[in-house]
Design a protein around this ligand. Structure first.
Ligand SMILES: [Zn+2]
Length: 183
């Protein structure tokens, strides 16, 4: 138990040390962006499974800039659990959730079908750990990254022009539209 509580803190400390050690190499690559680069390299080593490919470029840039600030200013690590998903992958996740919950309506509260998913558009980012998500919830809007759903602390979306509504769950907007139609 103590070990499992301590491990993330040790890994975070190692990651911060790594970033400092990577600064000279990053400086050789790009003096003006060395802190940004060293941070992304170190986080890539800390979260080897993360995959930023397929994200829309503004979303990817906003996320990496935000997490560089979190890292260097506040010592907070932020990793990407899931970013872009192709439509087939999103469909598989949706079908799994339908199977788990027993209905498409229930499934939509956790997973949207492909044509509605910001993950398929490349503008959604599921992040970890919870402390990193909390940092992003507080500071993300400066980068146009917004938490969208009360029931998903990990899910953020990039919105270039508007501040999106915060909703109870992924299906809330559709439900309110249906209620309006019905009423
Ligand atoms: Zn998500």
């Amino acid at each position: 138990m103590i070990e499992s509580l301590r491990r993330p803190r040790v890994l975070a400390a190692v990651t911060r040390l790594l970033a400092v050690l990577l600064l000279p190499a990053a400086f050789l690559r790009s003096p003006a962006r060395c802190r940004y680069l060293a941070c992304q390299w170190a986080l890539g080593l800390r979260y080897p499974d993360e995959d930023l490919a397929g994200l829309a470029e503004p979303a990817r840039a906003a996320f990496t800039r935000a997490r560089a600030e979190a890292f260097w200013r506040d010592g907070q690590l932020i990793g990407l659990t899931s970013g872009h998903r192709d439509a087939a992958e999103q469909h598989r996740l949706f079908a799994e959730e339908v199977h788990r919950t027993g209905s498409a309506d229930a499934a939509r509260r956790r997973v949207l079908p492909p044509h509605e998913s910001a993950h398929v558009r490349g503008t959604a980012l599921d992040v970890r750990p919870t402390e990193g998500a909390a940092w992003l919830e507080r500071h993300g809007p400066a980068y146009r990254l917004y938490r969208r759903y009360d029931n998903e602390w990990w899910h953020f979306e990039y919105h270039a022009d508007t501040v999106p509504l915060r909703l109870p769950d992924p299906d809330a907007l559709r439900r309110s539209a249906l209620t309006r139609l019905a009423g």
